[in-house]
Design a protein. Structure first.
Length: 125
């Protein structure tokens, strides 16, 4: 019964956050929720798991860079969280997608070869 109540209240919180995100709009919601996740999420117990996995993955990376990686990860989770309510919009409207070098993409598709793609916010151009 306690688990049920816990999950019930968690669901209410998530739905309220989704409603706020829908009312505010996608652009402002991304900023707000990336900031919220960046501030609040590191207080959860997953911090130990993140530190352990990051130290395995990048043992020679200085702590300053690790902190930046973790901070950017939480910001990305915040944006991803709020984008779930806009998935239908993304499916109907592809204005948020920009393809550069599509001739290379067409060549890779025609040759049935694997290709790399880069999302602007994560790649250096």
């Amino acid at each position: 019964m306690i688990k049920f109540l816990k999950y019930f209240f968690q669901a209410i919180i998530v739905y309220l956050l989704f409603i706020i995100g829908k009312l505010v709009g996608i652009r402002l919601s991304r900023i707000i929720f990336s900031s919220i996740f960046k501030l609040i999420a590191p207080t959860f117990k997953s911090k130990k798991i993140i530190d352990k996995n990051l130290s395995i993955f990048a043992s020679e990376v200085p702590n300053v860079n690790k902190n930046q990686i973790v901070s950017e990860m939480w910001k990305n989770y915040g944006m991803t969280f709020i984008e779930y309510i806009y998935l239908n919009t993304f499916r109907k409207n592809s204005s948020h997608i920009e393809i550069k070098g599509d001739e290379n993409l067409n060549i890779a598709i025609s040759k049935k070869k694997a290709f790399d793609f880069c999302v602007r916010s994560f790649c250096k151009f």
